[in-house]
Design a protein around this ligand. Structure first.
Ligand code: ACO
Length: 326
């Protein structure tokens, strides 16, 4: 049985750090509120000359080094992002040129914070079917470019970053196992960026009305985020007849520590096995689980055969979970 196995990961975080006390000078907020309500202490912000493809490039280079592959060996390149360099061409094509992945078929995918899991699911099909042998999935976001720095409800939450994974078709028991995905477009009004597309093209008015920024009804999203992540996580465990003790590490999307705590409590997993980096980076949308996976692989004692789980929720709404046998 062929599997899509992750043979290398990498991540990149921009150098600039924006702390909670920096934000206190920008909007009416305070360090204590941000830490107790979200768990975030600081976030990374891309430099003025860095677009999403630039962050993606650094993460991809690291993933390729770990995998021991050259860019031209990549046959499929998927970028998951809600903050592409521009509406078109795809950031995947922009990245292809920068990276020199000249033999890759490239496209972007938008599933917001669940984007990395959707990306893995997509390449899994191509690799298992034998269409391609080697793929690169990159989740990269420059959320600072769509954050309204005058809106205290949202600007404290987000950060920039990128994570990447190289996958190869192999005859093995290791690799991507079960992936569960879900989408529900009925909630699109709770979390979106209204302008800049065909519904509200850019005009002087759309800019004046600040419609080119991310809008979120946070407390309405909160409960659905918890329920959706619990459902996704339980699905992949039960479909494989596993017990929660079998999963060595859970790498959840990092939107809010309270969401992660609630999910862990409800499924009955101790927080020792739940990876957290929200305090350092905030919510990086699709990049969050990709960076998390890379950090878990590099920092934790992960051995061959260990089971890891990614679980996420985001705009759309989308949700998903992915079980990986390392
Ligand atoms: N500093 C101080 N006070 C604030 C701030 C701030 N930065 N932001 C809001 N407040 C105030 C509000 O104005 C409100 O005051 P009021 O009671 O006087 O009206 C009070 O704090 C409580 O506001 P809530 O919005 O109810 O706060 P809540 O506890 O819900 O926390 C948060 C807000 C952090 C946004 C939370 O709701 C959340 O994490 N939501 C889910 C986010 C999520 O999962 N998003 C999906 C992924 S993102 C993506 O896909 C791109």
């Amino acid at each position: 049985m062929y599997k899509a196995r992750i043979i290398g990961t990498g991540s990149y975080l921009p150098e600039k750090i924006l702390t909670n006390s920096d934000l206190e000078k920008m909007v009416d907020t305070n360090d204590e509120w941000i830490i107790t309500r979200t768990g975030i202490r600081q976030r990374r912000i891309a430099a003025d000359n860095q677009a999403t493809s630039d962050l993606a490039l650094e993460a991809s280079k690291k993933a390729l080094i770990t995998a021991g592959l050259k860019p031209e060996e990549i046959e499929l390149l998927v970028v998951a992002t809600i903050t592409p360099d521009m509406p078109f061409p795809s950031t995947a094509c922009v990245l292809q040129a920068k990276l020199g992945a000249k033999n890759a078929v490239c496209f972007d995918l938008n599933a917001a914070c669940t984007g990395f899991i959707y990306g893995l699911s997509c390449v899994k099909q191509y690799l298992q079917m034998g269409t391609y042998k080697t793929a690169l999935v990159v989740a990269a976001e420059t959320l600072s470019s769509v954050t309204d720095w005058q809106d205290r409800n949202t600007c404290i939450l987000f950060g920039d970053g990128a994570g990447a994974a190289v996958l190869r078709r192999e005859e093995t028991q290791r690799g991507l196992m079960e992936i569960y995905l879900n989408s529900d477009g009925n909630y699109q009004g709770l979390l979106n960026m209204p302008a800049g597309g065909s519904r509200i093209p850019a005009t002087e008015n759309s800019v004046k009305e600040r419609l080119h920024f991310l809008k979120m009804k946070g407390n309405e999203v909160f409960k659905i985020a918890i329920q959706s992540m619990i459902k996704a996580a339980n699905e992949v465990v039960s479909r494989n007849n596993l017990k929660w003790e079998d999963v060595k590490f859970i790498i959840p999307h990092q939107a809010n520590t309270r969401i992660i705590n609630a999910v862990a409590k409800r499924v009955g997993v101790s927080m020792e096995r739940v990876f957290l980096n929200i305090h350092k980076y905030g919510n990086m949308s699709a990049a969050t689980t990709a960076v998390g996976l890379d950090e878990v692989i590099r920092e934790k004692d992960i051995k061959e055969g260990d089971l890891l789980m990614l679980v996420a929720f985001g705009a759309g709404f989308t949700s998903g979970a992915c079980l990986i046998r390392w």
